[in-house]
Structures are given as C-alpha cells and as structure tokens.
Write a protein that binds this ligand. Structure first.
Ligand SMILES: C[S@@+](CC[C@H](N)C(=O)[O-])C[C@H]1O[C@@H](n2cnc3c(N)ncnc32)[C@H](O)[C@@H]1O
Length: 282
C-alpha cells in the first residue's frame, strides 16, 4: 500500500519525504583503461575504428548490431546514433554495464541501444545481423563455432583480432589499428541435384561442392566420366555463383541464393541464352 501511494506521488513530495536519499549520490563510477574483465580487460576502441567497423559492415537502420564485451557502450551507441540501427551491448562487469547504460541515456540513444549485463558465452546473440567484438584471438576462436552457426549473411567485425584460419573477407587499417570483416557463409558442402532450364531445354546433372568457410570449389557431372570443374566459384553469405563449360562448349554463369537444402537463381551463357537454375541437396 505504502509503495502504491509512493508510485503516484509527485517528485517534489518524494524529495521532501526522502531528502537524504535524493542527495546521497556516491562518486560517479570511473572505469579505468586496462581494468580487469572476466575474459579480457577493458580497452575502448578509438572512435575512428568504431566508425570504420560499422561502415565495413554497411550498417543500416534495418540492422540489429550486437557488441560482445560492450565496455562503455560506445559501439552500441554509435550503431544507434550514427547509423540508426537497433543495438545491444553485452558486458559482464555489472558496474561497467550500468555505466554503459548511463552513457546510452546521455547519448539520447534509449530505445535504440541497450546494454545488458551478461557473459558473451551465455547470453544469446544469435539474433544479431551485425556482430562486433574487440576481444582476444583465443576468445574469437572460442566463439567461432557459434558465429558460424548464425544466419548466413550475418556480418561480423573484429577490432584487432582474427578468426584464426577463417580468413577475413576484408581487413581495414586505421592509424596502425586493424579491423577484420567476415560474412557468415551458408552451408553448401556436398552433392546437389542441379537443373538448368532455358531456351526451351532443360538439363539435369549432379553438382558437387567442397567448402571451407566462405571458400568453395567443385564440379558438375557432365557425362559418364566427365567432371567439369567450376570456375569463379564464390559464396558470400547466402549468395552463390559459379561458372562451368558444358558438354557443348558453352560457358554458363550461374548465380543465385541458398536457402537450407535448396539453391536457385538465374544463368547467362556465352551463346546468348539465359535461364533459371535450381538445385536440391541430395
Ligand atoms: C577490450 S574491451 C572492448 C570494449 C568495447 N567493445 C570497445 O570496443 O570499445 C572488452 C570488454 O569485454 C568485457 N568482457 C570481458 N569478458 C567478458 C565476458 N565473458 N562477457 C561479457 N563481457 C566481457 C570487459 O569487461 C571489457 O569491457
């Protein structure tokens, strides 16, 4: 009852009722660069690196940016304020998380950016369309299986540290500092039943793809003993493209999208024909 009455009381009345509480403010929390964190210390990413990281990922208002190990919240805040994205920062240190949330308030980014206190190895970040991090090589490696299991097309940017043998799609440098960029690739490894249609004809063949992260190579089965190799095979998120020369010396350039066990798209051949193609996983 007491609480209910207080909830409806005007602020002035509360200040009269609890003058000491209103005035008793401890010293503001001042994080120290280099202070210990659970798995890595706090060192903020410089502004120009934050800006480049978010530009490498081509962040738009349609994105949901999650910063793993948010520190003072600067990446989540920049994503919201400068790029119009929704964002979340995950910070383990409770005082730091509170400080970062206050920074969100001060920046006027409430509603777009938020900071949660949590452990990056426990808190769910799978809904991100863009993932940012400034951690350590070993932490990137530990996170890598989870990152690779995210939706194909998710963009990932890391300040300073790589993902071991998952090579970056881009690296940018700013005043001696480096940021790395990846797109989570779809899984296309294996055998596919490919059908190419156009110009009144339809051809069916087997497509075999080998995959290591975003790098693919493969072949199409062109006859009893002929495996025609793929040229310019490329996978970027869920976008796939490759070229082959068919059994009649025609070069066909296929491009399309992967969605689970199906791929489809259009092709263009060097004899002037165009058409569609689709493949289903065998
Ligand atoms: C190098 S700082 C980067 C801060 C911010 N992302 C930036 O780039 O400015 C790493 C941050 O991760 C936090 N941290 C360390 N281990 C963590 C964990 N397991 N879960 C969440 N945050 C963690 C640290 O407290 C620190 O604030």
């Amino acid at each position: 009852m007491q609480l209910l009455r207080l909830a409806g009381a005007p602020l002035a009345a509360l200040l009269i009722a609890f003058p000491a509480a209103a005035q008793q403010k401890g010293p503001a929390y001042e994080p120290q660069v280099g202070q210990a964190g659970k798995d890595v210390i706090w060192v903020p990413t410089p502004d120009e690196v934050v800006d480049r990281m978010l530009r490498m990922a081509q962040v738009t208002p349609n994105d949901y940016v999650i910063d793993l190990g948010a520190g003072d919240g600067k990446i989540a805040i920049a994503a919201a304020k400068n790029f119009g994205a929704r964002s979340m920062g995950i910070e383990y240190n409770p005082e730091m998380a509170k400080h970062a949330q206050e920074n969100v308030l001060k920046a006027g980014a409430t509603g777009k950016a938020r900071i949660v206190q949590g452990d990056i190895f426990v808190t769910d970040f799978t809904q991100a369309t863009v993932l940012t991090m400034y951690l350590l090589p070993a932490l990137n490696l530990k996170l890598r299986p989870q990152v690779l299991a995210m939706r194909p097309g998710t963009r990932v940017v890391s300040h300073s540290f790589t993902m071991d043998d998952w090579e970056a799609d881009e690296s940018s440098s700013m005043d001696g500092r480096r940021a790395y960029f990846w797109v989570v690739p779809a899984n296309v490894m294996g055998n596919w039943a490919l059908e190419v249609t156009g110009g009144g004809a339809s051809e069916k063949m087997e497509l075999t793809l080998e995959q290591r992260y975003q790098k693919i190579e493969g072949s199409v089965h062109l006859g009893a003993a002929v495996q025609g190799g793929l040229r310019d095979a490329r996978l970027r998120g869920f976008n796939v493209s490759f070229t082959y020369v068919d059994g009649k010396s025609v070069r066909r350039e296929l491009s399309g999208r992967v969605s689970g066990g199906r791929m489809e798209g259009s092709y263009r051949a060097d004899n002037g024909t165009e058409g569609r193609w689709a493949a289903t996983r065998k």
